[in-house]
Design a protein around this ligand. Structure first.
Ligand code: 4AD
Length: 451
């Protein structure tokens, strides 16, 4: 099918069609309607949320059994003005070739069975539904806008390894990589799937200044929530000669830009989310990201929660952990928008975060947003070798495996900072999708690795 013969996407056909011109469309049948007077097909091919309406000739209506939802067809005909109100032009069919039968009676995606839970059981076919067509077009656009943001600003995309020997977050939630029963044979040491590309990308920030990773990460945390997946994608910029303020400024610019650009790029898909998934979600997101983000310290946040008069399930007060209910209260109800919480108690965060002068808190930040809670985790990194060593010791981590990480602090160390954005959480946030399983092509969660 390569070369001059290659089909034209429906997106282009609809934008360029003229009355009287020949039409050739390849696509799948979304819906078909047969009646005495007139019969229609609606075709889609994934290139746009719009469908092409095809009007059948009387004798073609006899193909009814073959022309049900799910079938792949090639329609040849003529563009004519449409009598229905929904579209300007439609195709008057001359020839319909069934490229692949749809077996409409057996087709697993029937009109009535459209719950998200059901569609997860047919994850190989759900990309053909309206919701998942829009989700995965927006997922693609968001990924593109992530790269565009950094590339426009001269950041280098670094492909950090997926197989690693180091536990970047020190949380011990790693999947092991081994051949058969042999834990150390292949690599000569224990190896795991990465939980974050950060430690690896720091090496490149100390050579290229502005860098980022964007790839899959893996966490074996057994939390069966709507916001956790065992395999998810993370974007992690890392900037040298930079402190926490620079990091926060970058994060705010990043979230604002990619939200605006993705919604603009996929306007029609967002019309669908606005109507069917969460009322007016795109307007809410645009209003939310286009005003300045709030910023408070962890201590201030805890004080605010303690004085709120709210009953929370988990304890509040200085030194307590911010749970999702607290994060959502802060972003959704108090600030009514994104808020950076900074300066977390040292024992609540990872060993690599820069110790503040109070020696009680670290130069960390989480970005909390309405409806989701934490979407970004970041920090300024500890660039002082002696302090880093003391921190490794405090966290009960051995120095030996981090010899290269410590070398960065020996040879031309700089203040540097970075953050990690959970790609799926961002996608959920802007689309209004409620479950992380429904923004991943093939979700991996506890008990789920089918497809
Ligand atoms: O806060 P986290 O653990 O930060 C890091 O991994 C740092 N190394 C980032 C950095 O400074 N370079 O994770 C970052 C983000 C979270 O805010 C969340 O959005 C997402 O990654 N995330 C998950 N998303 C889906 N499923 C999970 N299990 C996730 N765990 C974290």
């Amino acid at each position: 099918m390569a070369g001059v013969d290659r089909r034209t996407p429906i997106r282009i056909l609809l934008a360029t069609a003229e009355v009287g011109a020949n039409a050739v469309v390849d696509g799948w049948i979304k819906t078909s309607r047969f009646s005495k007077n007139v019969s229609f097909l609606h075709l889609y091919d994934g290139s746009t949320p719009k469908t092409v309406q095809v009007v059948l000739k009387e004798e073609q209506a006899e193909m009814k059994a073959e022309l049900g939802p799910g079938a792949a067809v090639r329609v040849t005909g003529t563009w004519v003005e449409s009598k229905g109100g929904k579209q300007a032009l439609e195709i008057l069919a001359e020839e319909i070739v069934v490229v692949g039968e749809g077996n409409p009676t057996d087709y697993p995606i029937q009109r009535k069975q459209t719950s998200m839970e059901f569609l997860r059981t047919v994850a190989h076919l759900r990309p053909r539904t309206n919701t998942f067509q829009s989700v995965f077009r927006v997922r693609n656009a968001l990924a593109w806008q992530v790269h565009k943001f950094f590339q426009d600003r001269g950041f280098l995309w670094i492909h950090t390894p997926i197989i690693t020997a180091s536990d970047a977050e020190g949380a011990g939630e790693m999947f092991r990589v081994q051949v058969g029963e042999d834990k150390e044979g292949f690599f000569g040491k224990e190896a795991f799937l990465t939980v974050s590309g950060q430690l690896a990308v720091e090496n490149f920030a100390q050579a290229f200044t502005d860098v980022y990773t964007f790839g899959p990460t893996f966490r074996a945390e057994n939390s069966n929530t709507a916001r956790h997946a065992a395999e998810f994608w993370m974007i992690e910029p890392e900037i040298a000669f930079a402190d926490l303020d620079d990091d926060i400024a970058l994060a705010e610019d990043f979230i604002r830009t990619i939200a605006n650009e993705t919604i603009a790029q996929c306007r029609e898909d967002f019309d669908f989310f606005d109507l069917r998934i969460e009322k007016d979600v795109s307007q809410f997101i645009l209003e939310t990201v286009n005003k300045p983000f709030a910023r408070i310290t962890h201590d201030e946040a805890q004080d605010l929660l303690a004085k709120s008069g709210r009953k929370f399930e988990h304890k509040v007060g200085r030194g307590e952990v911010l749970q999702t209910e607290h994060e959502r209260f802060l972003a959704e109800e108090h600030f009514k928008g994104p808020v950076f919480v900074t300066d977390y108690p040292v024992e609540q965060k990872a060993f690599y975060m820069r110790l503040n002068d109070d020696e009680r808190t670290v130069a960390a930040t989480d970005l909390l947003v309405p409806r989701i809670g934490e979407i970004i985790g970041g920090s300024q990194r500890e660039e002082r070798l002696d302090v880093l060593k003391a921190q490794l010791d405090r966290f009960g981590l051995e120095e030996a495996p981090y010899w290269w990480y410590m070398d960065l602090r020996r040879f031309g160390t700089t203040p540097h900072a970075g953050f990690g954005l959970g790609f799926e959480r961002m996608l959920m946030w802007i689309t209004g999708m409620k479950n992380i399983r429904d923004v991943l092509p093939f979700p991996r969660t506890p008990g789920q690795a089918e497809f």
